[in-house]
Design a protein around this ligand. Structure first.
Ligand code: KG4
Ligand code: ZN
Length: 360
């Protein structure tokens, strides 16, 4: 089955073709057009994003078909992100997908953007398949899941305030770095001294036990405020230029330590040896390395950590096509009244099953 994926939930217009069955899939083409215009404003402006999607969606889709050496008539189904995201932006991709599906007479499937992120790594490495622990870290969401099978998602924890990517972007702004700031903070942190600033690890202490509300939950707004105070203190000393890299390093170390520890707790408690990362913050090498090191030390031989390459970690239509393929293979399809939603739970999301105390 050949699925055309369409993604317009935020500031990337993307189309991709994926071919396979529910279990295996190959990426035939992927086109991503990033809207640079938002840099000027230091964040995504929804109205501008919608209008930019409108002019880009047709040529981006045509290019994805050309790159796959296909014509539209060879597509078997269309998968489109319909939640969560900016509604005006989602509606552009959704309306386009509906029109194309109707004109081709093929099924349409609405895909949850975060389920897409969950499937991204599997496109590069078939080993990134359930059962696994999932850490989804993007600009809008931070979720820790136990995934016993595709389509079955046990929610273990989530951020109570800012998403991990949002924290990177806000800290980048405080440090005078461009938007989106994650990769700039990571680059700056490389030259920072890890011993200069120690920020408290948010929502992380030794007294936490499985079953406690804060055992898996995350929070980054306090850390961001701590960075703000550090920046102000350095400014008042007139040493901000020398300290910028140390602040970036201290912030990244605190965030990484928290995410890595909570991911390991989840894998350990549910007996998983695989950890799969997704979302833009999964591009962060310090995060991936920290989780790899701890998984090797604490999950034993056979431990494996999967992180998508940068093109599939950040927003793209390949992951949407892949998740859509899984749902279509199960016989699911959306009706023509499919709508767009700013927020919605991932389909198949259920409360976590209580587990016995960890053994390792
Ligand atoms: O998944 P994504 O492309 O979009 C959303 O669905 O939100 O994630 C974008 C986020 C931004 O906040 C960006 O700063 C962050 O991913 N990001 C990074 C890195 N590369 C992108 N954060 C930390 N380190 C990176 N190398
Ligand atoms: Zn995303």
């Amino acid at each position: 089955m050949r699925v055309l994926g369409i993604e317009t939930s935020c500031d990337e217009t993307s189309a991709a073709v994926v071919e396979g069955d529910g279990a295996h899939a190959t990426l035939r083409s992927l086109v991503i057009l990033s809207q640079d215009v938002h840099r000027v404003f230091g964040g995504v402006v929804p109205e501008i994003a919608s209008r930019a999607h409108l002019t880009a969606i047709a040529p981006v889709t045509r290019r994805a078909l050309d790159d796959a050496a296909m014509v539209a008539a060879e597509i078997d189904a269309i998968a489109v992100t319909n939640a969560p995201g900016l509604v005006g932006a989602l509606l552009v991709g959704l309306s386009f997908a509906k029109g194309l599906a109707a004109s081709l007479g093929v099924p349409l499937i609405g895909v949850h953007h975060m389920e897409g992120h969950l499937f991204a790594t599997a496109l590069e490495d078939a080993g990134a398949s359930p059962p696994f622990t999932a850490l989804l870290v993007s600009g809008g969401h931070t979720l820790l899941l136990d995934v016993p099978a595709w389509g079955v998602y046990h929610l273990l924890g989530a951020t109570r305030d800012d998403a991990a990517g949002e924290a990177f972007d806000k800290v980048a702004k405080l440090l005078g770095l461009p938007y989106p700031g994650g990769r700039h903070v990571e680059a700056l942190a490389k030259s920072g001294d890890p011993t200069r600033l120690h920020f408290a690890r948010p929502m992380l202490n030794r007294g936490q036990r499985p079953g406690d509300d804060d055992y898996y939950d995350l929070s980054f707004s306090g850390l961001k405020t701590a960075v703000l105070y550090a920046v102000r203190a350095a400014e008042s000393r007139g040493t901000l230029d020398e300290e910028r890299a140390h602040i970036a390093r201290g912030f990244q170390d605190a965030l990484v330590d928290t995410l890595a520890e909570k991911s390991l707790r989840a894998a350990n408690q549910h007996g998983r040896t695989r950890i799969v990362l997704g979302g833009g913050v999964a591009c962060n090498c310090a995060l991936v390395e920290a989780i790899r090191e701890r998984a090797a030390a604490r999950l034993g031989t056979g431990a494996a950590v999967f992180a998508p390459g940068p093109r599939l970690a950040t927003d793209n239509a390949a992951m949407i096509a892949r998740a859509g393929l899984f749902r279509l293979a199960r016989g699911e399809a959306s009706t023509p009244d499919l709508n767009a939603y700013p927020s919605q739970p991932i389909p198949g999301l259920v409360a976590a099953v209580p587990q016995p105390a960890p053994t390792r």
